[in-house]
Design a protein around this ligand. Structure first.
Ligand SMILES: [Zn+2]
Length: 132
């Protein structure tokens, strides 16, 4: 594999995109144990405002109690499997009303969308998204 080769061009066909909040089982475990995917302690903090919450798919407002912890997406074991830092409310919160909708607070915010294939390898659809 030539690691210096340019990335594959983006697919010309639009891809359906869905945003999923973190699974309730993950949130319950972190909130209950204070430990993350690597058994490290979750950080408890007070929101400054604007933190993207992976529990209810909106931005935090100043003063909300949050957890910052490592989350591993449910992928097959692979060298590409990563743990990324995510924010969630420290206490249970309502799930998003429409999980098929692009989270309103996140529109216009550049985001990296990392896609994986069935083997857990990074897919060529991985890209930076401009938030539109
Ligand atoms: Zn929440």
């Amino acid at each position: 594999m030539d690691l210096s080769a340019p990335l594959a061009p983006a697919p010309a066909t639009p891809v359906a995109l869905r945003f999923h909040p973190l699974p309730a089982t993950v949130l319950d475990r972190v909130r209950g144990t204070g430990r993350d995917a690597l058994d490290r302690p979750a950080e408890r903090l007070c929101a400054e405002g604007g933190e993207p919450l992976r529990c209810c798919l909106r931005d935090a407002v100043p003063g909300e109690g949050l957890l910052l912890f490592g989350f591993a997406p449910p992928l097959p074991e692979s060298p590409y499997r990563e743990v990324g830092a995510v924010f969630a409310h420290a206490a249970p919160c309502p799930r998003p009303a429409d999980p098929a909708a692009y989270p309103g607070d996140w529109r216009g915010r550049p985001q990296v969308l990392r896609a994986y294939d069935g083997r857990g390898r990074i897919h060529e659809a991985t890209r930076v998204h401009d938030g539109r």
